[in-house]
Design a protein around this ligand. Structure first.
Ligand SMILES: [Cu+2]
Length: 167
């Protein structure tokens, strides 16, 4: 704003207009911060792809979780697919399914050990109480060997993990 004030000929009316313009920019600002459509996603599990659009799902995969395993424990996905994961908790304890690289899951599991009360609401996974289901949609844009796991304290360490192969 200060750059308008140091021009001597500006009238009060113009300054008023400048304030309105500044307000309009401020309102549109946060939306612009999200970047253009298709911008590079660098959030959780970015190495696997990006959060998927539920309207463009190409496949639904059901994964069951219980103490302390997933069924199935190996998922094969084609690169470019947008998958709706339906995670069904068939066990007696709360469980979750989080996808990521080995490194990400290891780090997150270690963090959960230190902070067991930590709740997360990340686009790359879901939690479910016993007998309930959770869902998330993911677009796999990169091929490779990835993993999924339950990162609730101790579960991953006891073998509650699986692998995802993206071809
Ligand atoms: Cu679990």
């Amino acid at each position: 704003m200060s750059r308008y004030r140091n021009t001597p000929k500006r009238t009060g009316a113009f300054v008023g207009g400048a304030i309105l313009l500044a307000a309009a920019i401020a309102v549109s600002g946060p939306a612009a911060g999200h970047g253009p459509p298709g911008a590079h996603y660098d959030g959780h599990a970015a190495a696997l792809g990006e959060p998927g659009d539920p309207k463009t799902v190409t496949r639904t995969m059901e994964v069951q979780g219980q103490e302390m395993k997933f069924v199935p424990a190996t998922l094969t996905i084609r690169r470019g697919e947008t998958v709706r994961f339906v995670f069904k908790n068939t066990g007696q304890l709360k469980h979750e399914m989080m996808i990521g690289t080995q490194k990400e899951l290891n780090e997150h599991a270690a963090l959960m050990e230190k902070h067991p009360e930590m709740e997360h609401d990340d686009p790359n996974g879901t939690q479910a109480e016993p007998g309930k289901s959770g869902e998330f949609v993911w677009k796999f844009t990169k091929s490779g060997q990835f993993f999924f796991g339950c990162l609730l304290p101790g579960h991953y360490q006891q073998g509650m993990k699986g692998s995802i192969v993206v071809r």
